[in-house]
Design a protein around this ligand. Structure first.
Ligand SMILES: Nc1ncnc2c1ncn2[C@@H]1O[C@H](COP(=O)(O)OP(=O)(O)O)[C@@H](O)[C@H]1O
Ligand SMILES: [Mg+2]
Length: 265
């Protein structure tokens, strides 16, 4: 389907859905003389679940920052659902269904789980930025409950975020990313720092997300990545090093050499 996208007449791409959620063409991001990412080309289909692997400093988070609009790439183009968004501000990408979670938590610690999720639902609807208490019968309250349930936090709905375990906070971040109508979510190392039990819970949550929601997940742990993704992009020194199915990547001698050789931080 990506082949179709690049051979379509240019004018049609703006209006016709090509089936791709994300198309990166030749993305480079320079920090001074350092190419944090260099000539990255990658296509993620709608609903696809992709893992991005690579050692510390490989350029994974920088890639996400370019996709979200936090950084403008130095060169290259970014298409989101067929539309060129390379220079669009971040909120315009959110409007098109893009979400992300961060390596470092950005939650409101003084609010409850339910309030955080309700506000996230509210933030992408009309009346955003309003901090009014929800009224009974507000459909967003019901939606918030569904999201809290989807990340298995129903029993903690009334708990202050600051009192949640680290793993529960990560689960809450996923609920926030699900608010609104996401079509593609970027997860930046959601399993980092989780206990084995919390990790298993994360895998369960990710694999039970609705099928139309695609995601790209940055993951250090090969075992987690291989369980939640159907395709893998391996990055090294800012470049795409390998692409393939989880099985292909796992059994690739060059990937194994990179991992075993300590290149994996
Ligand atoms: N804002 C920034 N300013 C300068 N250099 C940066 C910035 N962000 C990342 N880098 C550098 O870009 C490279 C890739 O970093 P990053 O994308 O965070 O890698 P990863 O997420 O794969 O660990 C690293 O060498 C890092 O030091
Ligand atoms: Mg990173």
């Amino acid at each position: 389907m990506s082949a179709l996208a690049v051979t379509e007449p240019a004018g049609r791409l703006e209006s016709v859905s090509t089936g791709s959620a994300l198309e990166l063409r030749g993305i480079t991001k320079m920090f001074g003389a350092l190419a944090a990412i260099a000539d990255v080309t990658m296509t993620v289909q709608s609903g696809e679940r992709r893992a991005v692997l690579g050692s510390n400093g490989a350029g994974k988070t920088t890639l996400f920052n370019c996709v979200t609009g936090d950084f403008l790439p130095t060169s290259g183009t970014i298409r989101l659902f067929g539309e060129d968004v390379t220079t669009f501000p971040a909120h315009e990408r959110v409007r098109r269904g893009l979400r992300r979670t961060y390596q470092i938590s950005l939650l409101f610690g003084g609010l409850t789980v339910a309030d955080n999720v309700y506000l996230a639902c509210r933030g992408v609807s009309r009346g955003r930025f309003s901090l009014l208490r929800p009224r009974r019968g507000d459909p967003l309250l019901h939606r918030a409950e569904e999201l809290i349930d989807a990340v298995n936090l129903s029993e903690s709905a009334g708990t202050l975020v600051a009192e949640l375990s680290y793993g529960q906070q990560r689960q809450l971040e996923i609920a926030l990313a699900l608010a609104g109508a996401p079509r593609l979510i970027l997860f930046d190392e959601p399993a980092a720092g989780l206990s084995p039990t919390e990790r298993a819970e994360l895998i369960r949550i990710l694999t039970s997300l609705p099928g139309h929601i695609g995601y790209v997940i940055i993951e250090h742990d090969m075992d987690v990545a291989l369980r939640v993704a159907e395709s893998v992009t391996m990055m090294h020194n800012g470049r795409v090093f390998k692409e393939g199915t989880p099985e292909e990547i796992e059994n690739d001698p060059e990937v194994q050499a990179l991992y075993l050789g300590g290149g994996h931080g």
